[in-house]
Design a protein around this ligand. Sequence first.
Ligand SMILES: Nc1nc2c(ncn2[C@@H]2O[C@H](COP(=O)(O)OP(=O)(O)O)[C@@H](O)[C@H]2O)c(=O)[nH]1
Ligand SMILES: [Mg+2]
Length: 336
Amino acid sequence: MVKNKRYIIIPTYKEAENLRELLPILRKYNVIIVDDNSQDGTEEICRKFRNVKLIIREKKLGLASAVLTGIRSIREKDASVVVTDADFEHDYNSIGRIFDLLSRYDFVEGVKKGKRLPSRGLISHLGTVFVKTLVPESKWLKDPMSGFFGFRLKSVNVERIKPIGYKIMLEVFMNLKKGSKKTHFPYPYGYRKHGKSKLSLLVMLQFVWQVLRLNNYRLALFLSIGIFGIFFNEFLLYEFYFFMPLIYALVYAIVISTLVNFLMNHYITFKARSPFSSSLAKFIGVTAASGVINLVVAYSLSFFMLYLLANFVGILIAFLFKYVFSEGYVWRTDNH
Ligand SMILES: Nc1nc2c(ncn2[C@@H]2O[C@H](COP(=O)(O)OP(=O)(O)O)[C@@H](O)[C@H]2O)c(=O)[nH]1
Ligand SMILES: [Mg+2]
């Protein structure tokens, strides 16, 4: 290995041809290749380089866990680490500058600049919106789907990282220690030289699961509390209607169930992460707006489909609206 504390981690699966061209340009650094038993000549190529440490895992276990295996293998506590790929999509000429930045920062995010294939650009854009909505703490990241980044080993709670799927940068970022200094680093995005991408439907589903986990299942709680609210509202209406006219019974049932919905979300889903009174005021506004959205969508769609189905679509859209605004406005958090 090289006598400096600069480590590059590259997860690989069937990248022998790319590695043949890549390893000669990384001689200045300690390179850790975590390969998932590709059996394509990767081993022979790596053995030719004294600065390369090769870790071979038994079988294909995923990109994120490969990177974590690499991180755990570093003995020097004050090491700087850059994570990259083997297929020339990342800009290897920038690695030196990322290491330089790591003398002043704890975390450097590689941000793609330049055009991409339209289909991949769209998937990546949707993924970005999805993460930023459900995990507000990730808002600082410009390219949360990126796999090109650097960090100081001692600034990360490595033992807390739970690797799943592809998005290891997001996981490292979420486990940065408090007060870490971060910066962005734009780099020109390249095209894969040899072989093909390992991105699959399974990997995309793992990403959705990862985001729901980082979201602490707030979306699921919000939905459950909402469904409970429907039954609670009906129950109240049924009881009140025994001793008051329907219009009053409706008003009481709606007001009480809306307030209970607020209290449950305030204390359970969002764990009182913003002040009670301002959250309540915003919640009432958002609830009213979502009612209007439900009405407008249901009425417009009723010209094209059964009114019950139209209303169901209206309820879904209103629900999504309400959740997005609960997360980013009613109970907005300014962490990170
Ligand atoms: N060890 C390991 N590496 C992987 C795995 N999946 C992908 N990689 C590597 O991770 C890097 C990025 O993967 P790639 O398929 O190019 O993803 P894309 O750039 O998002 O299309 C490449 O170097 C891959 O060889 C895996 O399951 N295990
Ligand atoms: Mg790639």
